[in-house]
Each structure stands twice: as C-alpha cells, then as structure tokens.
Design a protein around this ligand. Structure first.
Ligand code: NAP
Length: 328
C-alpha cells in the first residue's frame, strides 16, 4: 500500500506503540508528523524514514491552535496519547477525553479522511477505575465529533520496550519475591506491539473499518500468575510469587502513587483495573478482521527478555536451544 503524497499525523507517536507504527507508516512513503509534548524525545524516529519524511512537532492537546497546527493538511490521523496515571495538569480527563475530543473535532473541520483512535479493553462508562471511565468517555467524544473514526482497544501490549514484562523482569533481578495482585487470577490476552501497529495501518486503509470498534488480543489467554511464571521461565530465575489481597494492594497503590519520581510503580486506579479480566469480547471484531494474524507471546518474549538472563545470553543465538524450542 502506498501513501505517497499523503500526510499522516500521529499524536503520541513517540511512545511504545508509536515507534512501531511510525516504522510501518514510513514504508508507505507518507510524510509523518509526530505530535508530542517533547519533540526532542521523538527525534530518534527520524532515521526510520527518508530525510524530512518523519517530522516531530510540539503539540499541546489542551490547546485548539496547537492541535489545529498539527492537523494542517493531514489526510490521515492516529491518536496514541494515553496515560496510566494522573499527574497535574495531565489528568485522565485531559489526556483521554478532552484531548481526543479536540483532535476529532478539529480533524473533522480540517477535512481529514480517516481517524484511528487507540482506546483500551476495559473502557467502561460505569467502571470503578478512572482509567476505564475516561477511556469510554474518550471513545464517545471521538465518535460524536468524527462518526467515521475507528476505535481500537488493545489488551495488554507486549514487545521489546513494553512496560509490563520488562518491569517485572527488572524487579525479579533485584527482588526474591514478586507480587500477585489479588492472587494473580485476572486474565489477559497479550497482543504483540507489531500486530497492533499492523492493525492501525489496516484500520487506516480498510473502508469497512470506518465507524467500527475493534478489540485486539493475541492468540492466548493467560492469568496474571501464568504471565509471571512464563516471564520467570524465560529469564531462568526462580522467584516466590506472593499473593497480595485486593485491600492490601489498594493500600500499597495509595502509597506508591504519591512518590513524585517518574511513573508510579502502582496506583489505586491500576489495582481497580486489575480486578477485571482484560480479554477480547467474544463478538468483537479484532485483528483477523483487520487482516492481521496474531503473533504468539512464546515467539516474541525470548527475543527481548534474554537480557535479564544472568549473563544476558540470547537463546536465539544458540542453535541447539533454538531447535529444542522450535523442533520443526
Ligand atoms: N501499552 C499497552 O499495553 C496498552 C494497552 C491498551 C491500550 N493502550 C493505549 O495505547 C496508546 C499508546 O500506548 P503506548 O503504550 O504507546 O503509550 P506510551 O508509550 O506511554 O506513549 C504515549 C505517547 O503519548 C504521548 N503523551 C502522553 N501524554 C500526553 C499528553 N498529555 N499530550 C500529548 N502527548 C502525550 C507521549 O509523548 P510525550 O510524553 O512526549 O508527550 C507518548 O508519545 C495509549 O492510548 C494507551 O492507553 C496501551
């Protein structure tokens, strides 16, 4: 597919999913504007394309004029802005509801052809977690302003720079125990970041994706405990998995969310989200309908968790072990 002579604006394109999406979009020949708060943090993306093809720009999604500038002349728009925690002035309302509503309204006014908005499985207008409620309100606001927008709701996304497996693997390097919030029974359907990026490109392209909502999950469903066991197996470490009751986890989240340095390790809102399974609804269209074959967790995890193995040896570089893993 070719987007030569097209301009694609990607809000929040410097993050985890963004970097994979930008690489794919660059291959289409499009000019890509990466609209973020700190454009210097997006400069590393420039090498994914030809000189001048990928252009980081500063954007404040709280301001009409700033968003309008990012959208000027754009044909296609993707919104990846999101946050797992609130830090004034960046509340869930600002990032997940008002920002997306502004992008959708101004994209419509600018004559943008396609808008893809990334939400999350668990978006729920009546949810107990602020994250869930704000993601649902964001979807509604986007569709009100831009009814042909496509909404994508991923389950937990994994890949080289993820904040899930990498974080717990780093924790396992220094701690003899790992917490199982609420006993570790919550179910997830992890989806590979490359598949999410392909799904976004698919949603920008497919005519029947306009106005539809897709839920993106990988080929397997795992409990939180099973994910921790798989991660520990990959990094060849034995650690005690200690169930933490919901009440204690909430208290811990309340303390950790007050630590003012960087992203909090846990918040009360995240504990609330963990109470609910994070799997694709049986009747929801998903990766398949967007032309993407889901990639298994077992294939990708070894390619980036090897750095947490003592000595950092990659199983992918050992032909004997490679044959044991993939006998055919
Ligand atoms: N990763 C997952 O497991 C997962 C699962 C379900 C849904 N999602 C959703 O997928 C989307 C992308 O996730 P991700 O993992 O790629 O997130 P990420 O790595 O945290 O990246 C978020 C991006 O949004 C930008 N951003 C954050 N706050 C912003 C703000 N207030 N104004 C403008 N830009 C802002 C960041 O750039 P600057 O900081 O430079 O502005 C960054 O480029 C989010 O909507 C997220 O909720 C992710």
């Amino acid at each position: 597919m070719s987007y030569r002579n097209k301009i694609v604006t990607v809000f929040g394109g410097s993050g985890f999913i963004g970097r994979h999406l930008i690489r794919r979009l660059a291959r289409t020949g499009a000019v890509i504007r990466v609209a973020v708060r700190r454009p210097a943090g997006a400069n590393f993306l420039k090498t994914a394309g030809a000189v001048g093809q990928i252009v980081p720009i500063a954007c404040d999604i709280r301001k009409d004029e700033s968003v309008a500038l990012a959208l000027k002349g754009a044909d296609l728009v993707v919104n990846l802005t999101g946050t797992l925690y609130e830090r004034e002035p960046w509340t869930f309302r600002t990032v997940h509801v008002d920002g997306p509503a502004r992008i959708a309204r101004l994209a419509k006014a600018a004559g943008v052809q396609r808008l893809v908005h990334i939400s999350a499985i668990g978006a729920d207008a009546r949810g107990a977690a602020g994250y869930a409620r704000s993601k649902a309100a964001g979807e509604a606001a986007v569709l009100e302003a831009f009814p042909e927008a496509t909404i994508l709701r991923p389950s937990i996304v994994f890949g080289p720079e993820d904040q899930f497996f990498n974080r717990f693997a780093a924790m396992a390097q220094v701690s003899p125990v790992l917490p199982l919030i609420g006993g570790g029974k919550t179910r997830f359907q992890p989806v590979y970041v490359g598949d999410v990026a392909d799904a976004i490109v698919g949603a920008l392209t497919a005519d029947d994706a306009a106005g539809r909502t897709y839920e993106l999950g990988g080929p397997g469903v795992y409990t939180f405990r099973q994910l921790m066991e798989r991660m520990l197996g990959e990094i060849r470490r034995k650690r005690l998995l200690v169930p933490v009751p919901w009440g204690a986890a909430g208290t811990l989240g309340g303390i950790l969310e007050k630590v003012p340095l960087g992203a909090p390790l846990l918040t009360r809102d995240q504990v609330e989200m963990l109470r609910h399974d994070n799997v694709v609804a049986a009747d929801a269209p998903g990766l398949k309908e967007l032309g993407v074959t889901p990639t298994a967790l077992e294939v990708i995890l070894p390619t980036y968790l090897f750095r947490f193995i003592v000595g950092g040896r990659s199983p992918m570089s050992n032909p004997v072990e490679l044959r044991q893993r993939y006998p055919e």
